[in-house]
Ligand binder design. Structure first.
Ligand code: ZN
Length: 135
């Protein structure tokens, strides 16, 4: 497992200009501190993409303020663009959200989103995201 991580880390390092902090989240599945992310209070119109590979992930129209301290979305741009994995680390069973293209860790999805939408809350690290402003 450690070797696998190392290989993945090296591949991603070659391909991108990720910061150490971003690698800690995207590759080592870390979590940024709540209320610190640059996209938390970000309200521009556009598409949030994977910071590692540019894959389109979330539309700003589905972003909402969940009060959790992390950028929250109730839907993905395209269901095939993310993959969901069962994550039983830290003594909890959660559903991990990863980028379907590069495997980068994005965050988790919970079922306590706005009930008038999908009912889902994609709780995503700002450090895993980039943003393409609507033209
Ligand atoms: Zn990616």
């Amino acid at each position: 497992m450690e070797n696998f991580r190392e290989i993945e880390r090296n591949n991603m390092t070659e391909k991108t200009n990720l910061s150490e902090e971003q690698k800690r989240i995207l590759i080592d599945k870390g979590t940024e501190r709540p209320f610190t992310g640059k996209f938390l209070k970000h309200n521009a119109k556009g598409i949030y993409t994977c910071a590692a590979c540019g894959n389109q992930l979330f539309d700003s129209n589905t972003k909402y303020d969940s009060g959790s301290g992390w950028p929250s979305f109730y839907d993905v741009v395209n269901e095939g663009n993310v993959k969901l994995n069962r994550d039983s680390s830290l003594g909890m069973v959660r559903t991990e959200v990863v980028c379907a293209k590069c495997g980068g860790h994005l965050g988790h999805v919970f079922e306590d989103g706005p009930s008038n939408t999908t009912g889902l809350r994609y709780c995503i690290n700002s450090l895993s995201l980039d943003f393409e402003k609507e033209a």
